[in-house]
Design a protein around this ligand. Structure first.
Ligand code: FAD
Length: 275
């Protein structure tokens, strides 16, 4: 199938982009890397009257330190962030997760913010943002607001973004630890995760974990290791609480089972990095 007809607008500035969004609201779609949106247009899952292409806005193509966070602008591609020299030192969990996001070719076009805007529950980048307690910066003609990751993604492919708002950046808190691990189960490398687990040690007995692909949005929390250094009971509880969902890739029961197995392995790997 081919997309329905639409008008294509390439603004020269963020100010112009939010003005166009204010004019067209939910009749418009922002186009970033197009790696998800183009398929949705072709399948006519999305039928916007207007596409607003932000991919070449230089003012959004920035990676910068913002207080205790790294702010990644909305035109920054996944490969550009992967090649950022400070990534492993400042955001080791993100460095561990990025190679799992699609393929080299999709990461060349796909943006970090586009993935977070798309809010697929199996996506790696929203999972890392939630695990680290990051935030999303939204701009409209009404002003700028910053939403915590857990308030931004409201469900499967749904977010708290208003139709006139542009995501201008996301903020990942700089990590104090190098003890991290990221694991996922997918049919092939580069496919969306069936389930994914992120772990970042907070101390010798406490670890922050994130789980993707089991609920309709990433789940993140801190868990304590038991006296033998294990976390199996915590993942067992989480599997029951998050329930899982059925789709063409896996049943809810398989997702819960994978979580019970992959979760403790991921935490062990993160804790081993301490040695
Ligand atoms: C073969 C293939 C394999 C892939 N595998 C994976 C994978 O393993 N893991 C994974 O996470 N993803 C995967 N993807 C998706 C890919 O990572 C996309 O880059 C990502 O989902 C969307 O980023 P984008 O910049 O391409 O956004 P687009 O496709 O341009 O936009 C996606 C959605 O977000 C909205 N949007 C984008 N930017 C903004 C903004 N700044 N403000 C407001 N709204 C915005 C758009 O309007 C649209 O609704 C894969 C894609 C392909 C084609």
């Amino acid at each position: 199938m081919k997309p329905r007809r639409f008008d294509y607008i390439r603004p020269d500035s963020v100010g112009e982009a939010v003005a166009v969004l204010a004019e067209h609201g939910d009749r418009a779609n922002v186009l970033a890397g197009g790696q998800s949106l183009m398929a949705m247009l072709n399948l006519r899952i999305a039928e916007p009257a207007v596409l607003i292409d932000i991919a070449r806005l230089a003012e959004l193509d920035t990676i910068r330190v913002a207080g205790d966070a790294i702010e990644v602008g909305a035109a920054v591609t996944q490969n550009r962030l992967m090649g950022w020299p400070d990534l492993a030192a400042k955001l080791p969990l993100l460095a561990a997760a990025l190679p799992f996001v699609g393929h080299f070719q999709t990461r060349n076009k796909g943006t970090v913010c586009g993935s977070i805007a798309h809010a697929d529950p199996s996506s790696e980048l929203p999972l890392v943002l939630a695990t680290l307690g990051g935030s999303v910066v939204l701009r409209s003609q009404r002003g700028t607001r910053v939403l915590a990751a857990q308030d931004f993604q409201t469900g499967m492919l749904s977010t708290a973004r208003e139709p006139d708002e542009l995501i201008v950046a996301v903020r990942f808190p700089v990590q104090a630890t190098k003890r991290v691990a990221f694991r996922e189960v997918a049919r092939r490398h580069g496919d969306f995760a069936i389930i994914a687990v992120a772990a970042a040690a907070e101390s010798a007995t406490k670890v922050r974990i994130g789980i993707g692909g089991v609920a309709d949005r990433p789940a993140a929390r801190a868990v304590a290791l038991d006296s033998s250094g294990a976390v199996a009971a915590a993942f067992d509880e989480l599997a029951t609480e998050l329930e899982g969902y059925d789709d063409m890739h896996a049943s809810a029961a398989m997702r819960r089972d994978l979580l019970r197995r992959l979760g403790p392995l991921t935490v062990e790997e993160a804790m081993r990095c301490a040695a």
